[in-house]
Design a protein around this ligand. Structure first.
Ligand SMILES: Nc1nc2c(c(=O)[nH]1)N[C@H]1C(S)=C(S)[C@@H](COP(=O)(O)O)O[C@H]1N2
Ligand SMILES: [Mo]
Length: 371
């Protein structure tokens, strides 16, 4: 027998078919589209100058959708690649410039899609087995993937029409391979299993059935997971000499924890929604930031919050004036009816409606008002 490189015609299974590819592609397009839009929303929440205060579950939902759509995209992408890989063996290999460009764009598409799903998955598992910074790289990858997907859809539009326009159909007579229908059903089952296994991280009624839910990856404390521990932030428990410093143009004020606790306390039920996709509701008590500023005679405005944490990406955050005015925005002293544990931010932390978890600053040491 003469050995030769495989050709597209050598792959004869029923499922290497435009009808399967188009259907999987449509679902994949929806999943990546949801990831892109909710990713941009999350980007604005972390780096933008404005952010809504209502509904309180806004970020919890958009970021839950982001991570779950990404998880659903994993089996879809694998199934899609399985369906279309024989095309890689089509001849001529390059032929024209247009064909070479098309192949290059597919390479970028696959690389960007894999990169986004892999980095996103590792991030939600709180694992960073790389040296680049996750946020800017995942953000740049999103634009690359989006551009490549749009190009791909434009180039394949006639094929997509053809594929979606014809029924999946019965197995070919005499075929010994998996039918198209079974392949699509199996992929659907894999997507469902991945969803159920992880969605409990953010969908309350799935908490109990999600074995891979990462929300309590490091135990949890006082009824809420902990992302960054006091130990990793190198924060030690504040003593009686601790003071919260509040600065505003022309003046400042220092308050002990007892003085904070002596101010009127409010209690709100609010979620923490982490960029990693997990979210959980807790009952928080403390002083609304707006009432605190009024009590010390500070003006209202934008407030820069600084943690006692010495280094770390999330030691400061900025409260937009809308959040400063919002009665739900607390400098929290208690969680679920008890003083904050050190890991949850003792002596006090910020908790505000819809803010991304990374901006719910713990171990607050200073508030600086810019009217
Ligand atoms: N000072 C400080 N605050 C921080 C962080 C941090 O790294 N440093 N991490 C944030 C992140 S990523 C999240 S999701 C929430 C988690 O709060 P929890 O650990 O109390 O659940 O705290 C936020 N507050
Ligand atoms: Mo987070």
């Amino acid at each position: 027998m003469k050995l030769r490189a495989p050709r597209q015609q050598d792959f004869t299974a029923d499922l290497h078919d435009v009808r399967v590819a188009a259907r999987l592609g449509l679902l994949l397009g929806i999943a990546f589209g949801l990831c892109f839009v909710t990713g941009l929303i999350s980007h604005i929440g972390q780096h933008g100058s404005w952010w809504p205060t209502r509904p309180v579950n806004f970020y919890r939902i958009t970021q839950g959708v982001h991570v779950l759509a990404g998880i659903a995209a994993v089996p879809l992408l694998l199934a899609k690649l399985w369906t279309v890989y024989p095309i890689l063996f089509a001849r001529p290999v390059f032929g024209s410039v247009a064909r070479a460009l098309e192949r290059a764009s597919i390479l970028i598409l696959i690389a960007a899609a894999f990169f986004q799903l892999a980095t996103g998955l590792f991030n939600s598992a709180q694992s960073y087995p790389w040296t680049f910074t996750f946020v800017p790289t995942h953000y740049a990858g999103a634009w690359l993937a989006a551009g490549a997907i749009i190009l791909h859809i434009a180039a394949k539009l006639p094929k997509i029409r053809e594929g979606l326009g014809s029924p999946v159909g019965a197995p070919e007579p005499g075929s010994r391979s998996l039918s198209r229908r079974s392949f699509l059903a199996t992929t659907g089952f894999a997507v469902g299993a991945a969803f159920v296994a992880t969605a409990g991280a953010t969908v309350p009624w799935l908490y109990r059935v999600s074995p891979l839910s990462w929300r309590s990856a490091n135990g949890g404390e006082q009824g809420l997971p902990i992302n960054r521990t006091a130990q990793s932030a190198q924060v030690t428990r504040a003593g009686d000499d601790w003071r919260l410093a509040i600065h505003w143009p022309g003046s400042s004020k220092q308050l002990s924890r007892a003085e904070l606790a002596a101010l009127p306390q409010r209690t709100h039920v609010l979620p923490i929604a982490c960029v990693e996709g997990w979210s959980q509701t807790a009952t928080w008590s403390g002083v609304p930031v707006s009432e605190l500023l009024r009590a010390v005679g500070a003006p209202t405005g934008e407030v820069r919050v600084t943690s006692m944490e010495k280094a770390g990406q999330y030691r400061t955050s900025v409260l937009h004036p809308d959040h400063v005015r919002d009665p739900l925005t607390l400098l929290a002293l208690q969680i679920n009816g008890a003083d904050l544990s050190l890991n949850h931010g003792y002596p006090c932390r910020i908790i505000a409606a819809t803010r991304p978890g990374v901006t719910q600053t713990k171990w607050v040491g200073e508030l600086r008002v810019r009217p």
